[in-house]
Design a protein around this ligand. Structure first.
Ligand SMILES: *Cc1c(COP(=O)(O)O)cnc(C)c1O
Length: 642
């Protein structure tokens, strides 16, 4: 980054936060320098200014942090993946149809599922369930008899009965066999219920993905039938005269597949397997390629773990063409194609918006380091370095400062210098480090030790959120998420920061950021925050897995949530259709087995006791009792910051 403010413009802002890279054209910066949402993926269409959404939320007293769902993005993604498959199928003269299903584990929120089902209705887009509870939701939420309902995951008899109930309702509910023993149980249950089951076989492929979910395939994978079990399954169905029930062939090699090469390899193995099963007489109609299409979280368009080196259309092309070629080669029918993409459908539609409420800075200290008579010579030596450091000597002087700081630490432990002197020495040290870094920026031959200062000197911006609740994958699996200031994007961000949350956990932070030059960086560009300014940042691409997998670490609960719809006729191009309030302390305490009313009574009894002892005035006692009860119904995040 250069220091020339005049060089900053909208393009620079776009590049710095890589908005065009990760945003799929749903996000852009408007002429006011505010981040905005373009539901039609073009700036010539309607544009929703996120800061206007925030203002409207404030006017409705909705506290932050909050989840904002842009339902139009969700609908658009559903339509797009159906469109891409349709296109590939037409281009290839493929003789099957596409029947996508949305795996609800990715985001089970009723409103999310409803929106997807509604947007997918013209395409007979279905749902996928991985547990009994999810299947109960699926049975209730999608009444379209043409669309598929795919049941994955280990199953007991009750799970199967639920699926067969669906079949009785005239729905296409397919039970995917994950391990051999499920097959006799399914046939037995179907017989008891007097219904023909729809059966799927999940194959355990040897083709493996890379990245975090590599273990979803390969010989030691948790789910699926290997070659010999597939044959055993076919023979079993033949024996029971039920081979006609085998409708679907399924595989899933893992989530967030970074490399298209692995997808091609898996498709090849799967297509050959399908063709062989067909030749053994199984009348399989559907070829289900599972999920796994990744999202370019870090914007690098590479096969790095937080990225992907292909587009959805590339993926659809590969599925259709590879399957077509192998089916033609093996002379078997082209099956209908099913895919179970979840992440790629939902990631973009929601973000978490939160306020920055302070910062921790190493370089900016209020303490006066002026000369004082009788001060220890270490203080003077550090001050001399600070005054005399320049572009020719900065490396040597910085090393000097490091050793002086170490001496200072020993001197303090030995009682030779006091806390005030130590404070001065450390203040001077960070000023020296900052100067050394600035000199280093202008030096073509700068040592790594100085460059490493960049992240060390970055401020820590304090954000009102819990990483564990709102961005668990950044903590659990080192996932990167785009973080972008909501406003002032036409203004050059002059600071570098990392982000720390409000949990009492040193892991509660974000320290990996998108970087247009270096791939990833440990700090991000950000503005200096003005006094009394409400400064908001957004964490983007949180619509898949994040909020549903978040936990209540430190008892920070679910977030307030708004659902925003585009309305071209509205002057601001949007309206807030729904507000879902997040958890109160009372809610989260209840899930931890507390009884808020009893708790309030216990606190009140203690207050009454103090009143009796004359420690609290009766009027104040009433106020304190009311305060405790009101806080119980409040928000678990910081709400009163001044
Ligand atoms: C999790 C899962 C999916 C969804 O995967 P994405 O990576 O979100 O597309 C699809 N199918 C199965 C069997 C799964 O377990």
């Amino acid at each position: 980054m250069t220091n020339n403010t005049s060089e900053w413009n909208l393009e620079k802002a776009n590049d710095t936060y890589m908005i065009n890279r990760w945003g799929l054209n749903y996000y852009s910066i408007n002429e006011r320098g505010n981040l905005s949402v373009c539901p039609e993926r073009t700036t010539t269409g309607p544009q929703i200014d996120i800061s206007e959404v925030i203002e409207e939320m404030k006017s409705k007293n909705i506290a932050f942090p909050a989840v904002i769902r842009f339902q139009d993005i969700l609908r658009s993604q559903v339509k797009l993946i159906n469109k891409y498959f349709k296109q590939s199928i037409e281009e290839a003269n493929y003789r099957g149809t596409y029947f996508g299903v949305y795996p609800i584990k990715v985001n089970q929120m009723r409103e999310v599922v409803e929106e997807i089902v509604d947007a997918g209705a013209p395409f007979n887009y279905g749902l996928e369930a991985g547990s009994k509870t999810e299947l109960m939701a699926v049975l209730a939420q999608n009444e379209n008899k043409q669309s598929l309902n795919v049941c994955n995951g280990y199953k007991d008899k009750e799970f199967m009965k639920l699926a067969l109930l669906g079949v009785k309702l005239g729905r296409k509910v397919i039970v995917v066999i994950e391990k051999f023993s499920e097959l006799p149980l399914l046939l037995q249950t179907a017989e008891e219920m007097n219904v023909e089951p729809m059966i799927g076989f999940r194959a355990k492929l040897l083709s493996k993905s890379t990245g975090k979910w590599a273990g979803s395939s390969g010989e030691k994978a948790k789910f699926g039938l290997n070659s010999s079990e597939l044959i055993k399954g076919i023979n079993f169905l033949k024996e029971k005269n039920k081979l006609q029930c085998l409708k679907l062939f399924h595989f899933h090699i893992g989530s967030q597949i970074p490399d298209i090469i692995t997808i091609k390899a898996a498709l090849t193995e799967a297509a050959r397997t399908y063709a062989n099963l067909r030749k053994m007489g199984a009348p399989i109609e559907y070829f289900d390629v599972g999920g796994g299409v990744g999202v370019d979280y870090d914007g690098t368009r590479t096969n790095s773990q937080s990225s992907i080196n292909y587009t959805f259309k590339d993926y659809a092309d590969d599925v259709v063409y590879i399957l077509k070629d192998i089916c033609n080669n093996e002379e078997v029918d082209h099956p209908h194609i099913v895919s179970e993409s979840g992440r790629a459908v939902t990631a973009h539609h929601s973000c978490v918006v939160t306020n920055v409420f302070g910062k921790i800075s190493l370089t900016k200290n209020e303490i006066n380091t002026d000369k004082k008579t009788g001060e220890h010579s270490l203080v003077k030596q550090m001050r001399d370095i600070s005054e005399e450091i320049h572009e020719k000597n900065y490396q040597e002087y910085f090393l000097d400062a490091i050793s002086k700081k170490e001496e200072c630490f020993s001197a303090f432990n030995l009682g030779v210098i006091d806390l005030e002197e130590r404070g001065k020495i450390e203040t001077l040290y960070w000023q020296i480090a900052d100067k050394a870094y600035q000199f280093g920026l202008r030096d073509p031959y700068v040592p790594d030790q100085i460059l490493d200062l960049k992240n060390f000197l970055a401020d820590q911006y304090l954000c009102n959120l819990s990483v564990f609740q709102s961005a668990p994958d950044t903590w659990a699996i080192d996932q990167v998420l785009p973080v972008v200031p909501i406003k002032r994007l036409l203004e050059k961000p002059t600071k570098l920061c990392s982000i720390v949350d409000i949990t009492c956990d040193s892991d509660g932070k974000l320290s990996k950021f998108l970087n247009d030059e270096a791939g990833l960086s440990n700090s991000m560009a950000i503005h200096e925050i003005h006094e009394k300014e409400d400064y908001y940042i957004g964490l983007f691409l949180t619509g898949a897995y994040q909020d549903v997998m978040g936990d209540m670490h430190n008892l920070f609960g679910r977030l307030n949530e708004v659902h925003v719809y585009c309305d071209d006729d509205d002057p601001s191009d949007f309206y807030i259709e729904e507000v879902i309030l997040g958890n109160s302390p009372s809610d989260v305490l209840t899930t931890m087995q507390y009884t808020p009313s009893t708790m309030a009574a216990k606190v009140k009894a203690q207050i009454d006791d103090q009143i009796k002892r004359g420690k609290i005035r009766p009027r104040e006692g009433v106020e304190l009792t009311d305060f405790y009860e009101a806080a119980m119904k409040g928000y678990t995040y910081l709400t009163q910051l001044s």
